[in-house]
Ligand binder design. Structure first.
Ligand code: NAD
Length: 501
């Protein structure tokens, strides 16, 4: 793609009145008369108005999704696969438009969406399509005249409540396995990232999804999200977001129909560097940390936001780290050469700034001291990387998820101390250890309380392997065959038959 053509496309998306600016229910866009002004974090200016839904639209969507459920679950799996494959082709065809929408709405840089995030969403969708008919029930024959057949059945109508940081990837992780096993879905996207999934909703018509199978109701979390999660006729909620809201989702399930719930929440992931690394290797590891920590301005749930390092290599390592972190000073998000853009909203910007002040008041010293480039839009929400040393283990900034470009550094004395520091948090999403001593690395990997542990690498992923956390980082897993268990009910059918011997 040449730069000229993308500029034309950005201009077109900006000038066009969006036709997909309201809830998509029962196969059509529905006017609600309730509006939300959309501000772009790139320049702090209003770029669109979104019509939002509340309990009324959720009730309507549940009604339509329930009606559609009978038809959709009667489709052969092959047919469902074919329709979703069409959808993957249409998303691919419209990748640039979707990437521009996501970038304008979330401030994350366009190159991330074009080259990483949306291609990842397409790949995930295709993986689920390929996987679903390899996910089979099984049978058990406990004696000569009894058979039990263990089947997997759709849940019916389910809700997907999603965050803003990787909009289409997380939406696909939820809706794709659910649709493929025969559920009908209602998506409540994040307030900060609603347009790309509404555009995908428009594409579902062309792909051949029957009306009512795929619904999107944008709106506020505590109103629209709550109405969906507490609905008596919604049988599952697949949620990604903060631990705070994850706990509310669990309550809503208990207060209503005990619906199935899967929660993917935040993290404060550890990145342990031991003295068993050469100087050359320390340099490489510092780059791995900068690349994973400051990607998307730290707004990644599994960002390694706590460096836990052996005192004897700390000074050398931090020198390299500060150099590599310079690459993540933000620049204009819609420029294709930009590596990192803005934070998602004014609220998020203020939240992160507040954590930076807290870190300073807790005695932290920022070893980066980077300035923002002067040519950034004045009213945009940009923050440069910060790396804090000298914070105590129980400080707020060491314990809480900041979800911004703020890394904290902790020191350890021996490897048991490193593991104990890594585990001293309520979260358990990811962790890593860098050591050329395999026994040391395996000791750490086996003792870290986290769903994803890396040895001598970070950020590896594949649709075939599970993603999710321990402790308050969540319940359940996204991706892999495990995910189909979350989106189905298990039924055992017992058969007794006559035996002739
Ligand atoms: P959030 O919890 O504020 O919101 C997530 C979603 O929940 C949004 O759609 C929101 O509208 C909705 N919501 C808010 N209040 C609700 C309520 N009372 N009832 C029902 N729904 C409600 O999180 P966020 O700020 O959008 O996203 C950032 C968080 O997501 C971070 O904590 C991050 O770590 C986490 N995250 C986790 C993963 C993962 O896979 N583990 C991936 C991405 C983001």
């Amino acid at each position: 793609m040449n730069a000229g053509s993308i500029e034309e496309k950005i201009k077109k998306v900006k000038e066009k009145t969006l036709e997909f600016d309201k809830p998509f229910i029962g196969g059509k866009f529905v006017s609600t008369g309730k509006y939300m002004e959309k501000v772009s974090p790139i320049d702090g200016k209003v770029f669109a108005t979104l019509e939002i839904g509340d309990e009324n639209e959720i009730n309507l969507a549940v009604k339509r999704a329930k009606e559609a459920s009978k038809v959709w679950k009667s489709f052969a799996v092959e047919k469902r696969k074919e329709i979703l494959w069409n959808l993957s082709l249409l998303i691919e065809e419209n990748l640039e438009e979707l990437a521009i929408l996501d970038s304008i709405e979330t401030g994350r840089c366009l190159s991330n969406f074009l080259r990483d995030s949306i291609p990842k969403a397409i790949k995930a969708l295709r993986w689920f399509i390929e996987a679903v008919d390899k996910y089979l029930g099984h049978s058990y024959m406990p004696n000569k005249n009894t058979i039990s057949i263990i089947t997997k059945e759709p849940l019916g109508v389910v809700g997907c409540i999603t965050p803003w940081n990787d909009p289409l990837v997380v939406n696909v992780w939820k809706f794709a396995p659910s649709l493929l096993v025969g559920n009908t879905v209602i998506i409540k996207p994040a307030e900060q990232a609603s347009f790309s999934i509404l555009r995908v909703a428009q594409l579902t018509k062309e792909a051949g999804l029957p009306d009512g199978v795929f619904n999107v109701v944008p709106g506020y979390g505590n109103i629209t999200g709550k109405a969906l999660a507490i609905h008596e006729e919604v049988n599952g909620i697949f949620f990604t977001g903060s631990s705070k809201v994850g706990k509310l989702i669990l309550q809503y399930s208990g207060l209503s129909n005990m619906k199935k719930v899967s929660i993917e929440s935040g993290g404060k992931s550890s990145f342990i560097v031991t003295k068993n690394n050469s100087s050359e290797r320390l340099k490489e590891v510092a780059k791995i940390l900068a690349d994973n920590m400051f990607y998307n301005a730290g707004q990644i749930c599994s960002a390694p936001s706590r460096l836990i390092i052996d005192k004897s290599v700390k000074e050398e390592f931090l020198g390299y780290l500060v150099e590599y972190s310079k690459d993540y000073i933000p620049s204009y998000p819609l420029d294709l050469n930009t590596k990192v853009g803005a934070l998602v909203s004014k609220e998020q910007y203020e939240r992160v700034k507040n954590y930076i002040h807290i870190a300073q008041s807790e005695g932290g010293e920022d070893i980066c001291r980077f300035e923002l480039p002067a040519d950034l839009p004045e009213k945009g929400f940009y923050i440069q990387p910060h790396i804090f040393i000298n914070l105590k283990d129980d400080c707020k900034c060491v314990q809480e998820e900041i979800f911004g470009p703020v890394l904290v550094v902790q020191e350890f004395t021996d490897i048991e101390d490193a593991v104990s520091k890594a585990n001293n948090t309520k979260y358990g999403l990811a962790g890593a250890v860098f050591s050329q001593d395999i026994n040391e690395a395996l000791y750490v990997a086996r003792n870290i309380e986290a769903g994803l542990v890396h040895i001598n690498t970070y950020g590896k992923e594949d649709n075939a392997v599970p993603f999710g956390g321990y402790k308050q980082s969540g319940i359940g897993r996204d991706k892999s065959f495990m995910v189909f268990d979350e989106h189905t009910e298990t039924k055992t059918i017992w058969i007794e038959h006559k035996s002739y011997d």
